[in-house]
Design a protein around this ligand. Structure first.
Ligand SMILES: CC(C)(COP(=O)(O)OP(=O)(O)OC[C@H]1O[C@@H](n2cnc3c(N)ncnc32)[C@H](O)[C@@H]1OP(=O)(O)O)[C@@H](O)C(=O)NCCC(=O)NCCS
Length: 227
């Protein structure tokens, strides 16, 4: 949902599909007072807590001025894409018409409640870059895991990676990472960046094994309680 006041604009959506009490707010233009007004408007509609996008500390001042505080932390990984990846272990296909509701079912099953982003979050992830793709691995014709990968200005972003727990540990995640790297290289990216939760050991092992290096930088999601 778009929120506007004069020149200022923001997008709000539910944080995930499980609760209407948490909202995600993305600022397009505007300052701390506009952010505060958005929080107030959402609070009047039953939102108890508003969360910012993940961002580096040096971009958080406008949110902090609006009363937002540290809430969640993410670590950042990067991979140089000069070398081609090894072939995926599974057949990975780009989905020409991805169904966010179907992907959200897998996302909800794969992620802990805090990190689920729901249909609207997945749509945002697909739209975050001018070029993007949803890559899937199917088992018996049914999607068992997916990756959302995007590219902008020669930098690629692994926006989302989820494997249905029923199909865990069979190399599907690894295949999706390799296919994402291949997609990004074919779209002119020189590097791939992603973020994940600091405590996500499975993801850390997978990414490091596939040649990603953990950067010192951290991203934070900030939050403010609705009034
Ligand atoms: C992380 C995730 C994508 C891995 O998918 P997967 O298909 O089960 O992983 P793979 O079978 O390809 O495993 C590749 C490697 O990752 C690591 N790994 C995967 N699951 C692991 C686990 N539960 N514990 C420890 N290491 C694990 C291992 O190094 C593994 O290699 P190995 O099996 O040869 O030891 C999946 O667990 C998932 O969807 N998790 C929830 C969502 C998530 O964390 N997404 C990514 C971060 S934002």
């Amino acid at each position: 949902m778009k929120l506007r006041r004069g020149w200022a604009a923001a997008q709000a959506r539910p944080w995930n599909d499980q609760t209407v009490e948490l909202a995600s707010l993305r600022l397009e233009r505007g300052g701390d007072r506009f952010i505060g007004a958005c929080v107030g408007w959402l609070a009047e509609r039953g939102v108890k807590r508003v969360l910012s996008p993940a961002m580096p500390d040096d971009q958080s001042s406008v949110w902090r001025r609006a009363g937002f505080e540290n809430h969640l932390e993410l670590v950042v990984y990067e991979k140089d894409l000069r070398q081609p990846p090894p072939p995926p272990l599974h057949r990975v296909a780009a989905d020409p018409s991805p169904d966010p509701a179907a992907l959200a079912v897998i996302d909800d099953r794969a992620f802990d409640p805090t990190w689920r982003i729901g249909k609207a979050g997945l749509v945002d992830a697909m739209a975050a870059t001018p070029t993007s793709a949803v890559l899937t691995v199917r088992v018996d014709g049914v999607v068992a895991g997916f990756a959302i990968v995007g590219e902008m200005a020669a930098v690629s972003y692994l926006q989302r990676l989820a494997v249905d727990p029923d199909h865990a540990r069979r190399g599907i995640g690894r295949s999706l990472v390799r296919a994402s790297v291949d997609w990004a290289r074919r779209h002119g990216a020189r590097t791939m960046v992603l973020n994940t939760q600091p405590e996500n050991l499975a993801a850390a092992r997978l990414y490091e094994d596939e040649g990603f290096v953990r950067l010192g930088a951290r991203l934070r999601v900030l939050a403010k309680e609705g009034a």
